[in-house]
Each structure stands twice: as C-alpha cells, then as structure tokens.
Design a protein around this ligand. Structure first.
Ligand SMILES: Cc1ncc(COP(=O)(O)O)c(C=O)c1O
Length: 403
C-alpha cells in the first residue's frame, strides 16, 4: 500500500519528539510536494502578469493560468467558461449574495439555508437581509445529521422562496448531502440554487452538470492547494448576466472617461491581478488527486472512517455529533468533563493537530445545545495507526482530567 504521507513535506515535521498527526484537514489541507513545486516554478521560471504582455513570460504565465482553469473545470465536470477564480469559498458566496442578490432580490424574498451552514454561507445573506430586507429560513437537521423533510416541505411551500443556498457537506456533522433531488425541486420552482462544496470537493467526485446547480463554490486550500484562491462555478447564462462585483483592470472591454464596458465572459468577475500562482497550483492539486483516482481516495477514506467510528464506540465520555451513515471522515466530538479547547491544546502538545470551537457554525452548535466541539478531520493520506495515536492520547487526557 502506497504511503501518501510521504508526498507531503509538512508531515515529516516532528513536535515534542513525536511524528505529526494532522487531523485538521477540514480547516486547511497540507500541500503535496507537486503543489509546492507548481508555486515555486511560477516564481522561479514564469513570474509575469497574465493577459497582459506580448512577451514570452506573460504568455507562459497566461497559458499556465488558463490551463489551470481548464484543469479545474475538468475536475468538477464543468466547461472552462463556467469557472471564475476567486479568493476562496467565502469570496464566491459574497460575490453571489452581492452581485446577484442585490440585483435580483427584494424585501420579503426568502433565502433558504440549512442549519448546518458555515458562517460563510450565512453572513453574506444576513448582510443582504440588513441591506434590502430579505428573509432567511433554515432547514432543520435531524440527530443523524440529515435534513428534516417536514421542515424542507414547509420552506418549499413558501411562494416567496427565491434562493436555496446549501452545503454539500457539513464541516461539523461530517454529513455528505446528496443534493440532487432538492436542487431539482428548487429549480422546478424557479429558485436559484447555490451549493457550498468547500468540504465535499476533496472527498467525492463532483459533476456539476449532473448536480445541476446554478452556482457552486469551494476553496483551494482545502483541496491541497494554496490559500487565497478558490472557485466559483456558475451557469454560463447566469455568469454573463451578473454585473461585475469589483471594477478594475482585467475585466473590461473598454473604458472611457465617463463609462466602461465589461468583458462578456467570466473574466469580468476577476478584476485586478489574481492569485496567479495559487490558481496554477490548484490545477496541480487537481492533477495530483486525479492521478491517485477517486476509487482509491474513497476506499482509503472508508477504511479510516470505519476504524475511527469503531474506536470511538468504546469511549463512554465522547458523543459524536451527527450520525454514522453517509458521513465524511470528519468527526466533531462533544466531550464529557473536558473542554474541547483543553483537549485540542493537550493533543497539540502530543503532536496531534485538531480543532476546537464552533468551527464557524455557531447556529448549528446553538441548535445542538453546545458551545464548542473537538473536531478531527481526516484525509486519504492519514492512517489507522494515527487514529490509534489520537485515541490513546484522548484517553490519557481524560484520565488526567478525572482526578
Ligand atoms: C462548509 C464550509 N464552507 C465555507 C467555508 C469557508 O471557506 P474559506 O474560509 O476557505 O473561504 C468553510 C471553511 O471552513 C467550510 O467548511
């Protein structure tokens, strides 16, 4: 069995004389050497601005950047023209809420979200609520992490429903949502559909045309690529109608003293010099994952998930948030007698990187009646031996808290 840990320079680090166990992939993934090399190569060999100069460096940089757009498009089953590079999932969601929302919604229009959303898919809509008076409604989540159908029906019954903005996987419950039926239902009612794929995109193959959503966003850094780059997928007809969110260089066909004409294509939404090296490295991350292949990634993550759940079931002081079925290898834990921050701190001292808090999903934690949880989020390169290290450490921390 190949040891994919070896592809990641970060994982060679030791802390307090222990091997690093990186269980915080949902916050940000470590970067494989091929991705780091793509960034370095850009600076060492091709450093130039794109779409600008008639010189070989700019031509190379432009080819690499536009080549990355094609790689990302292929990775999610989209056309190149449907891909807008953004600064990340948050930037993409803000762009939709501002550029589409402000121009297409009115006071009293309803935006449906699930209770499992990350703040990135709540706050931009709350800002729109403050600005133009839209109404936010939340789909309830059942104890097993799935959507409550009754609450879904209630929301879909509302004639003022205009937008369904929903996550494909919860960054707390770990639940992966098969959104196809919900999206169909929304589209049949003329409701705009926005999918947050920030957590799901690195665990499952994505075919946006089959999913049939209007918009979808994700971040590069959770997909093994650098931070500061992300993707907004949009249906072409919609992208072409969105007024440019930011104005500046790179997005215009013509500028006069008193007027401007934006480009027709997706580039109109990429004003200014973008994160060129980030986009190129995101293309390299897509290549890397495709080379490993989805069946291999899914097989490995299933093994890790089953093993984690098995080990967890013998611990009486830990409650898993969400259910066992249909989840990613992402586990938020409610610990009896230990504050999650203390647990994460002490795990960190043993070289185990986890995350504690509300994970930018405060409404979800409120609805669960807890303030914070401890999250361990795994990826295909992690091992069952690392899971053993995690649980041994957690048990010894519990013991030290019991006196
Ligand atoms: C489900 C989900 N959506 C959106 C985001 C925001 O991503 P970013 O901070 O990279 O923009 C995150 C980040 O944790 C997330 O988990």
């Amino acid at each position: 069995m190949k040891d994919y840990r070896l592809d990641f320079p970060l994982l060679k680090r030791r802390y307090n004389d222990r091997a690093l166990v990186y269980f915080d992939n949902a916050a940000t993934a470590p970067k494989p050497q091929v991705v780091i090399k793509a960034v370095n190569d850009y600076y060492n060999l091709h450093n130039a601005n794109i779409h600008r100069g008639p010189n070989f460096l700019s031509e190379e940089a432009t080819l690499l950047y536009e080549g990355a757009r094609k790689k990302v498009a292929d990775f999610i089953g989209a056309d190149k023209e449907e891909i807008v590079f953004t600064a990340g999932a948050t930037a993409g969601l803000n762009l939709i809420a501002r550029a589409w929302g402000e121009n297409n919604l009115k006071a009293g229009d309803i935006i449906a979200l699930s209770r499992a959303e990350h703040h990135a898919n709540i706050v931009p809509w709350l800002q729109l609520k403050e600005k133009i008076g839209v109404v936010l409604e939340y789909i309830d989540i059942k104890a097993d992490g799935t959507f409550n159908e009754l609450s879904l029906d209630k929301i879909f019954d509302q004639p003022r429903l205009r937008v369904l903005a929903i996550t494909q996987a919860s960054n707390v419950l770990g639940q992966f949502y098969d959104l196809r039926l919900i999206l169909k239902r929304a589209q049949a009612q003329g409701v705009l559909t926005v999918v947050d794929a920030a957590q799901s995109v690195v665990h499952n193959p994505l075919a946006v045309h089959d999913l049939d959503c209007d918009f979808l966003v994700f971040s590069g850094h959770k997909l093994l690529a650098p931070s500061g780059v992300g993707v907004l997928y949009g249906r072409r007809d919609l992208l072409e109608k969105i007024p440019p969110f930011l104005g500046g260089g790179g997005m215009i066909a013509e500028v006069k003293e008193q007027s401007f004409t934006p480009l027709a294509e997706a580039l109109r939404l990429e004003a200014g010099t973008p994160n060129i090296e980030g986009a190129i490295a995101l293309g390299a991350a897509c290549d890397y994952l495709q080379e490993i292949s989805w069946p291999e990634i899914i097989k490995r993550e299933e093994v890790l998930k089953d093993y984690f759940l098995e080990q967890l079931s013998s611990l009486s002081f830990v409650r898993l948030l969400g259910g066992n079925e249909g989840r990613l290898p992402l586990f938020a834990l409610d610990l009896q007698g230990i504050h999650p921050h203390d647990a994460a701190d002490l795990l960190g001292e043993k070289g185990i990187i986890t995350r504690a808090g509300h994970h930018c999903a405060q409404p979800l934690h409120d609805s669960l009646g807890i303030g914070a949880s401890l999250r361990a989020s795994l990826s295909f390169y992690n091992t069952t031996a690392e899971i053993d290290v995690f649980f041994q450490a957690l048990q010894s921390i519990k013991k030290s808290f019991s006196f």
